[in-house]
Design a binder for this molecule. Sequence first.
Ligand code: PMP
Length: 362
Amino acid sequence: MTDIDTLIANTIREDVRAGHSYKVPDASGYIKLDAMENPYALPADLRDELARTLADAVLNRYPVPSYSTLKQKICAKLGVPAGYDVILGNGSDEIISIVATACARQDKRAVILAPTPAFVMFQRSAQFAGMDYVGVPLQEDFSLDMPAMLAAIAEHKPALVFLAYPNNPTGNLFAEEDVVAIIEALGETGIAVVDEAYQPFARTSFMARLPEFPNMVVMRTLSKLGLAGIRLGYLAAAPALLDQFDKVRPPYNINVLTQVAAEFALDHLDVLDAQAASLNDARTALAQAMAALPGVTVYPSSANFITVRVPDADKTCATLFAEKVMIKNLSKMHVLLANCIRVTVSTPEENSVFLNALKASL
Ligand code: PMP
């Protein structure tokens, strides 16, 4: 009989065996403030209309492989400049992996560089693609350490630099001139991926500047805007670069239901934008309320979450958990995040449950 452990040792690569899967805690029964989702559903009349549209989706066929209607709609409605196009991913997670796969080399270890703490998939995708990952610590106020970034770029010559704008898990926007200096420092040797997952809340973007920087690409997602369940990310870039990324994209990676739902949502973007605007108001209120609490440091956020430092993050998370509120404890993620927690901005009701539990934990 085959021993399964021997089989695994003989087949699965060592770093995968030593690693762990992306952990997502089960949140049933909890107020879920750990994953930067939009708490609002589409209004009932739009959901009915969407259901009728989905009923007509052609499920017995593969998707139309070019996705041209959806792509055109994204370009037209989401500010992709003329002459530029998008590639689609099953969430921007898949796009990170596509870009890494395209840049990983067989003759030497290519490098992904990112300021840290950063979105964890930058590092994981580098590892899985067989690339080296270089993390350059942010400064204590979570701004970019520009001398360190420029030195690391000169030393490691990264093929890819990921800059989340705003950054996750810190919530802040990096200074625009710093981002530009990094793009310029990379020149012809590296691609800067500006990850604008939280752009609906930041209300600022590098998208319009694509023509200025041939080595910059802009990645976004519909997840934070209110469609996390359909898994759709996109990357805007010059067609010549997109052609390369498209070669490693799995065929039919966007399913028909996602395609139909995304096209529908883009026709009703005003509804999602209004939800984002109200979450931005709620963010201001929540940040102010937390800042008034003793021992709590609130970091500036341009996203739909807020990162705060509390006296004892483990205790705060345990109290919130007991009150059925799920947030993210960032403490062990990075030295800069000691005793930091991250909370998604939600409805006024959920924010107030969170706030009361936070107060109780202090
Ligand atoms: N980029 C950043 C900065 C993120 O925080 C996230 C999700 N938390 C993603 C990309 C991935 O988003 P998705 O796969 O849902 O598009």
